[in-house]
Design a protein around this ligand. Structure first.
Ligand code: FES
Ligand SMILES: [Fe+2]
Length: 466
């Protein structure tokens, strides 16, 4: 530990161009490329560095109501966002209501099996057709609870009580207001902007990278919904880097490779971190046998194998048995590692088996947001797809440890407890902006650049936000 800290706290090499420096010692790629099983996952054997500048990023982007209002006007009604999983709406008439700020979409499967999304507002006098966050099954049609007007599942008008009193409307023009809806990897995406580009443009490398990882063949085994005390961007950004592991997750600093985690920028909308686990960090002197013990094993590490490979072997067998599926051919990296892809603006997808997280962040106010966590577990071989887990709602002060079968509870508690102080400090700061690391926090900068692409079309975004 002492050696590692000495190497990591040494002054930067000023002969390097900004953004070129990396943690001393072997890189993530050095490790991944040395493990034969990872050859089947070429997406993990690439890197895509970016240096996006080193100016401070204004706190006002998080703490000012005016910036929040700009996002509500120019981001959320214009951007693709995932609304639900396809498994939430399996059959004709199954629906899911997705909301962000004032915007609401009713996502429903039609009799023709097609999934459509409609603005969740009655064309008559604006009544929401379903409650915020609600889902349900087997609707024959969509009836507004106020005056009883009804629509078919494809959004076309079915009936208007007192039709005689509406001579001024055409049936064909009184359908529900349909908005773009597409699917990827078992997720249903919606966009409130009818003139948006296809989802594909935002997904970037995701379909290619995820093509062997089968998220569409997994099911939601745990689903949590928790309110967090901070602006949605601040909370989300707490999950975009592994730099905080040293300060926040002390129990894994000798096993998870936080110091040399890889950070990739694949374009304006997709970034990634690749954090290997069961490896230790460069410049640490502990032996493989010691890492193996830190992972909780009491047997001897066989000669000629690393703690990580042995751990992966155990996990293939143990999780394969638990999930009733054959994991023997899964690569070591997909089996073990913390691999997080972020899709602008608010979603993270982890393709790993041991760390199979999906995150979504939605603002509920300037200083509060909702963070959802889904665990995606492989569907048991030869068995029907289990029903998706019911969401478990957690209050701001509730611990994730009260969620059954949630192995990452303690880590998430540590992450989310930080936000009280960070939000307080962001608001208290007399320094106008945060100072980001060039490499380890580049995903945050990339996110803000893309956010500016949305807000940049707005005339006179105040200078305090730039
Ligand atoms: S508001 Fe929906 S039927 Fe009147
Ligand atoms: Fe964390």
């Amino acid at each position: 530990m002492k050696d590692m800290m000495k190497a990591l706290t040494a002054q930067p090499d000023l002969t390097l161009a900004p953004g070129e420096a990396r943690a001393p010692g072997p890189s993530t790629q050095d490790l991944l490329q040395s493990e034969p099983s990872n050859a089947q996952d070429p997406a993990l054997l690439t890197s895509s560095d970016a240096f996006l500048g080193d100016e401070d990023l204004p706190f006002a982007r998080y703490t000012h109501q005016q910036f929040f209002d700009l996002e509500m006007q120019h981001l959320w009604p214009k951007v693709w966002q995932w609304a639900c999983r396809e498994e939430h709406i399996r059959k004709s008439g199954d629906f899911y209501t997705y909301d962000v700020g004032p915007y609401s979409a009713l996502v429903i499967r039609g009799e023709d099996n097609q999934i459509r999304a409609f603005v969740n507002a009655c064309p008559h006098r604006g009544m929401a057709l379903t409650d915020a966050g609600s889902c349900g099954q087997g609707k024959q049609f969509i009836r507004c609870p106020f005056h009883g007007m009804a629509w078919h599942l494809d959004g076309s008008l079915r009936e208007i009580p007192g039709r005689w009193d509406f001579p001024h409307i055409e049936d064909a023009e009184f359908g529900l207001d349909e908005i773009p809806c597409e699917t990827w990897a078992g997720f249903v995406f919606i966009n409130f902007d009818k003139a948006c580009e296809p989802l594909e443009a935002d997904l970037g490398v995701l379909p290619e990278h995820f093509k062997n990882w089968g998220l569409e063949d997994r099911f939601v085994s745990v689903h949590t919904v928790k309110t967090l005390p901070g602006n949605w961007k601040m909370c989300m950004e707490g999950f975009l880097e592994a730099f905080h592991v040293l300060g926040t997750h002390p129990e894994v600093i000798h096993t998870a490779s936080w110091a040399n985690t890889q950070y990739d920028v694949f374009g304006p909308t997709v970034t990634r971190f690749l954090q290997t686990v069961a490896t230790g960090n460069p410049n640490e002197t502990q032996s493989q046998a010691e890492i193996y013990r830190l992972l909780g094993y009491t047997d001897e590490l066989p000669d000629g194998t690393t703690a990580r490979e042995q751990h992966a072997q155990h996990q293939r067998a143990a999780l394969g048995q638990r999930f009733k599926t054959d994991l023997s051919a899964v690569s070591t990296s997909i089996m073990l590692d913390s691999i997080e892809y972020h899709l602008f603006p608010n979603a993270c997808f982890f393709p790993g088996i041991q760390i199979p997280l999906i995150y979504r962040f939605r603002p509920t106010g300037l200083g509060t947001c909702i963070h959802e966590v889904l665990l995606l577990q492989p569907v048991p071989e030869g068995a029907p797809r289990p029903l998706p887990a019911e969401p478990i709602h957690l209050g701001m002060n509730d611990s994730y440890t009260q969620v059954p079968d949630f192995p990452l509870a303690k880590v998430l508690d540590q992450d989310t407890e930080n936000f009280y102080r960070q939000w307080a400090g962001m608001n208290a700061s007399m320094k106008p902006g945060q100072t980001l690391a060039n490499y380890q926090e580049v995903r945050i900068r990339n996110f803000h650049n893309t956010l500016d692409d949305y807000l940049g079309q707005v005339e006179a975004v105040p200078l305090i936000f730039k």
